[in-house]
Design a protein around this ligand. Structure first.
Ligand code: HEC
Length: 146
């Protein structure tokens, strides 16, 4: 009896102590892991951001941009509607183009669509300019500046 009483409390202490220290230890590791998680999320966000930036086609010179805007409004507009809401050609609005692959749209602009009224524009536009036009169409094409 004496023996049991003497060892029992110590045993309990011993058995209790690991679970008592373990959560606090985990807590110490848990916090940094949250911070690492946040850092990874932040980096991921930055990565996605710079990826979006990298995909943004380079803007042509201000002069050329004005020419291209005029061309899309006037020449493309003659078929696609002056407000690009559609006419003989389909609407070229962000909501109608959003789900279509930008590369496909670029190729349609450069090569036209055989068998339809959509003519090729590759003699008037280079690939980067067609990319830029697609990017502008997707965000809502700019108005001509007068
Ligand atoms: C002579 C008329 C005409 C002109 C000018 C014209 N298009 Fe088109 N375009 C069309 C037609 C018609 C279609 C639809 C083809 C089809 O039925 O698939 C089309 C399709 C397109 C598409 C694909 C749209 C989609 O939803 O897939 C894009 C992008 C486009 N045109 C851009 C342009 C741009 C930019 C210009 C000027 C540089 C231009 N078009 C000039 C007639 C024209």
């Amino acid at each position: 009896m004496q023996h049991l009483l003497a060892t029992h409390p110590r045993r309990r202490l011993f058995q209790l102590s690991p679970p008592a220290t373990k959560p606090s230890r985990e807590g110490v590791f848990f916090l940094p892991s949250i911070r690492i998680g946040l850092a990874v999320l932040a980096l991921g966000g930055l990565g996605a951001g710079s990826l979006a930036l990298a995909q943004e086609p380079p803007a042509p010179s201000p002069e050329r941009s004005r020419e291209l805007i005029r061309m899309v409004r006037q020449d493309c507009g003659s078929c696609h509607g002056l407000t690009l809401r559609g006419g003989l050609g389909s609407p070229l609005l962000p909501e109608t183009l959003r789900d279509k692959p930008p590369d496909g749209l670029k190729h349609t602009i450069l090569l036209g669509r055989p068998g339809t009224a959509m003519p090729p524009w590759k003699t008037f536009l280079n690939e980067a300019e067609a990319d830029w036009i697609v990017a502008q169409l997707l965000r809502g094409f700019p108005e001509e500046s007068k």
